[in-house]
Design a protein. Structure first.
Length: 127
């Protein structure tokens, strides 16, 4: 019976508390990084769709000698689960401005593009 009492195996409370503290520290570092990556992944929808709108506007202009403010006229449509709303607030014979606005994690995120490119992020929800 004496050998049974001396061969106790297990973890002490201190050891368990140290493991819990290490897991807490790792979680405190990993969770904000994960949230930032998730936000940037959501923004890829706006970037991709604005690139498509730009291409469609160029094709429309080649046929009609002007850009269009109508998303239907250029052939662009979105699905019901899109995170952003898309518009072409201005369009003339020589220029246009396309905009994507969305609510990402409770913050407004706005992207714009024109006929010469590049994407501009005027209100960034990802910090």
């Amino acid at each position: 019976m004496k050998t049974f009492l001396t061969n106790k195996k297990g973890f002490t409370l201190i050891e368990l508390m140290i493991v819990v503290a290490i897991i807490g520290i790792l979680a405190a570092i990993a969770i904000p990084n994960f949230m930032n990556y998730q936000c940037k992944a959501k923004q890829s929808e706006a970037k991709s769709n604005l690139g498509n709108i730009k291409t469609m506007q160029e094709a429309y202009r080649a046929e009609h000698d002007a850009f269009s403010t109508s998303m239907g006229a250029i052939g662009f449509s979105i699905t019901s689960d899109a995170r952003y709303t898309y518009s072409v607030p201005t369009a003339t014979s020589s220029t246009f401005s396309a905009q994507a606005t969305g609510d990402i994690n409770g913050s407004t995120d706005t992207w714009t593009i024109g006929p010469t490119g590049p994407l501009n992020n005027t209100a960034n929800a990802c910090k």
